[in-house]
Ligand binder design. Structure first.
Ligand code: ZN
Length: 399
């Protein structure tokens, strides 16, 4: 997370938890690999681990590992054995978006591929690599390796091995799909005969930290002449929050033609609230993220409007709104890399480098407070220090 006024929010949270639970309680943390692990955060935990896949298909496994290892420490303590393992922490001067570091692709595939072998070494409990969070501007934002275990040498060697593999590949990270401006993506989709053609409106991905209510993409889309007529190519756009627009659509009912205004209540930097006239195609209540969703057909565009923001990751997110993405021409989602169901459905895909809070063009965001040098913000590097910093809490009171 990122909290205004706090440079290391997770550390602060855990420090305050420690004030309640005291220094002696064992703490195991399970994280998204897109988080940041400062040395101070690692120090507040006994165990700290993260996902090994992006897209994250090992969420449950990671939680289970964090719990299982915690029980293991609790049992050691019961048996009067050493119960506070060493941690080897290695920061890397690399800060990349998830869309260049998917474990579906190289080089992240082989970097994360080394984790199980490091973890399997005698004396190691867990090994973890954080890519870091690229869209906050704090000194802690960077990639980090942490290896935890009883054998100081083994955790140190393991962490240095993972850090070295990561660093050796730092110039090889590329976007997971062809990229372009939004207009270039639309042009490519219109030219293509691959259907459905997916486009990621990636600058406003709410699961990456975007507000989700940027109207820039939908505004550009509705301005295109190709989609003005109902007989044009079928485009599904997911999504823009607009509680007042949703309420109006619900009142009018399916089939009614209405004029509504939605979006840009949180993020209006790139485009203001969007007013559109269309026919209410579908209404759905009870979604756990969006609460209420409506689909407004404007020309040949089916725009999903929500009461609260929602990421669209599953086929049923669409089919439950009477939309059939498999038979659409173009499906546009506020996502970076495509989640598995959409990835499997897409016959082709481009990553739109669209503006928003989680702009994939990191360098143009103008970070000022991250440590330098930092790849890819800086291109000239001296060899970084990839030696392990050992965090030893075995004889230490956290108080
Ligand atoms: Zn993540």
């Amino acid at each position: 997370m990122c909290v205004e006024g706090l440079d290391d929010a997770e550390y602060e949270l855990l420090k305050r938890c420690r004030e309640v639970i005291g220094p002696d309680v064992l703490v195991s943390a399970s994280m998204d690999l897109h988080g940041n692990v400062s040395r101070e955060l690692a120090h507040q935990t006994d165990l700290i681990t993260c996902y090994r896949t992006a897209p994250h298909v090992d969420v449950a496994e990671t939680k289970e590992r964090a719990c299982r290892n915690l029980l293991y420490l609790i049992n050691r303590r019961k048996n009067d054995e050493a119960f506070r393992p060493y941690k080897a922490w290695v920061p890397l001067p690399v800060l990349l978006p998830g869309e260049q570091t998917s474990t579906r692709d190289e080089p992240a595939a082989h970097i994360y591929g080394e984790v199980p072998a490091v973890e399997a070494v005698e004396g190691v409990i867990d090994a973890a690599i954080w890519v870091g969070y690229a869209w906050a501007d704090e000194p802690r934002n960077r990639a980090v390796v942490v290896v935890t275990g009883w054998d100081k040498r083994a955790v140190s060697d393991g962490a240095e091995k993972l850090a070295r593999t990561f660093w050796d590949a730092h110039k090889d990270f590329k976007f997971v799909a062809p990229t372009g401006t939004f207009a270039e993506c639309l042009d490519a989709a219109l030219r293509s005969d691959k259907r459905p053609y997916f486009i990621s409106d990636s600058g406003d991905n709410p699961t990456a930290g975007g507000s989700g209510d940027v109207t820039w993409g939908l505004t550009q889309l509705l301005a295109r002449p190709e989609f003005k007529d109902e007989s044009g190519p079928i485009v599904i756009y997911a999504s823009v929050p607009g509680p007042a627009a949703v309420e109006k659509a619900v009142e009018a009912g399916v089939g009614a033609t209405i004029t509504v205004t939605a979006g840009a209540e949180v993020d209006d930097i790139h485009a203001g609230p969007l007013t559109m006239t269309g026919r209410v195609h579908a209404i759905k209540h009870g979604d756990r993220h969006a609460s209420t969703e409506v689909v407004l057909q404007v020309g040949s565009v089916y725009a999903i409007l929500t009461k609260l923001r929602k990421p669209y990751h599953l086929e049923r997110d669409f089919t439950e709104l009477s939309l059939t993405p498999r038979s659409a021409d173009i499906v546009i989602v506020k996502i970076g890399y495509l989640e598995p169901e959409l990835y499997d459905m897409a016959k082709d895909w481009m990553l739109g480098l669209t503006p928003g809070g989680v702009d994939q063009d990191l360098v143009r965001l103008g970070h000022r407070r991250i440590l330098r040098p930092m790849w890819p913000f800086d291109r000239e590097f001296k060899e970084p220090d990839l030696t392990s910093r050992i965090i030893d809490m075995s004889n230490e009171s956290l108080a």
